[in-house]
Design a binder for this molecule. Structure first.
Ligand code: ZN
Length: 342
């Protein structure tokens, strides 16, 4: 019988030490050439099995083929000068990184991630999800020395993302998820033009679409930022009404261990909601009971048919072992919640 709760992750999973440096957001590969490609496949296959074994129903490739979710997409895009590095405060100056610079018209020759999507599709019978960076988040993670402004550049990226998403749907991916952590940093711009760019990115797609908006990875910069957000994190309150009116099918939100008021889920009555029932901090591993209780708490605000248990964010910067335990708790917790309500 099909499960009521189809658990999934926000997307990224840690890379093992034989593939890349561990517990880093921008790790270096430990190999190169064909041997690196083989290792990426091996690692992806390992995570697909691990997700299945844990009872996860919507499977991702764990972003094992890319160093970082934004730059993985950008690597083959024309118009970007990778030698022209610019120091930039990203996510509204939450952290400073060296980013490449757009210096010419943006163009895409062929699909960026199609081989990875095919690999995922051919290695599981379950539903599949592929993540892409959202246009606004890309525009916040690269310097602009060509377009009139950030908005215009984001719209150009949205067109390229739309083309990419279509090719991934064509090879059988069930859900394309756009990661827009920048939405939470730029509330005004998100509703002014971020959502328009998102609509452009999902235009005409045959598969389901999702948007992931979070409070970031469980790294120090984000944990410090969260301390400044007060007793109630109400950022979603400004975003969700606009998102509920959009054509996006699924919305992911941070919930476990956060100060997001659960009732904000009520602002998304027409969407499926990926509720974060697993935090992404490395020093706390949820039990299945905790996950179960998070799901039960969310059910006060969203019907079971629209609830998808998920992680708060990607797990890239934590250890492989911790992520495995969190996956296990996620799958078991979803099952326990299902038993409890049926
Ligand atoms: Zn996230």
């Amino acid at each position: 019988m099909a499960k009521i709760f189809k658990a999934t992750t926000a997307g990224s999973l840690p890379k093992p030490n034989w593939l890349a440096e561990t517990e880093k957001l921008w790790p270096a590969w430990v190999d190169s050439g064909d041997s690196l490609i083989e290792k990426k496949k091996e690692s992806t296959a390992m995570w697909i099995k691990e997700q299945e074994k844990s009872g996860i129903e919507i499977i991702s490739e764990g972003e094992q083929f890319r160093i970082h979710f934004v730059h993985g997409f950008l690597e083959t895009i024309e118009g970007i000068n990778w030698d022209k590095k610019t120091q930039m405060g990203i996510r509204n100056d939450r952290y400073v990184v060296e980013v490449p610079t757009v210096t010419d018209p943006l163009r895409k020759a062929g699909s960026v991630h199609i081989e990875e999507a095919k690999f995922l599709r051919s290695n599981t019978e379950k539903l599949t999800k592929f993540t892409l960076p959202g246009p606004m988040t890309i525009a916040d993670t690269i310097a602009n020395d060509y377009y009139a402004n950030k908005e215009e550049m984001a719209m150009e990226f949205a067109k390229l993302l739309n083309d990419e998403a279509k090719s991934l749907c064509e090879v059988g991916i069930d859900i394309i998820q756009f990661d827009e952590p920048a939405f939470n940093s730029f509330l005004k711009e998100s509703t002014e033009w971020g959502m328009d760019a998102m609509e452009m990115a999902i235009d005409g797609l045959d598969c389901k679409t999702a948007v992931h908006i979070c409070y970031g990875y469980g790294i120090e910069e984000n944990l410090n930022w969260k301390k400044t957000l007060g007793d109630q994190w109400r950022q979603y309150e400004e975003l969700f009404p606009a998102i509920n009116q959009s054509n996006i099918d699924q919305v992911s939100l941070e919930f476990a261990g956060s100060k997001v008021p659960a009732e904000l889920m009520r602002l998304l009555p027409d969407k499926e909601i990926m509720v974060g029932v697993i935090s992404v901090v490395k020093d706390h591993i949820e039990t299945a009971e905790e996950v179960e209780m998070n799901i039960i708490a969310a059910l006060d605000h969203v019907e079971k048919e629209r609830l998808i248990p998920c992680t708060n964010c990607g797990m890239a910067p934590i250890s492989v072992e911790t992520a495995k335990q969190k996956l296990k708790a996620l799958g078991e917790g979803a099952m326990r919640a299902e038993k409890r309500i049926s």
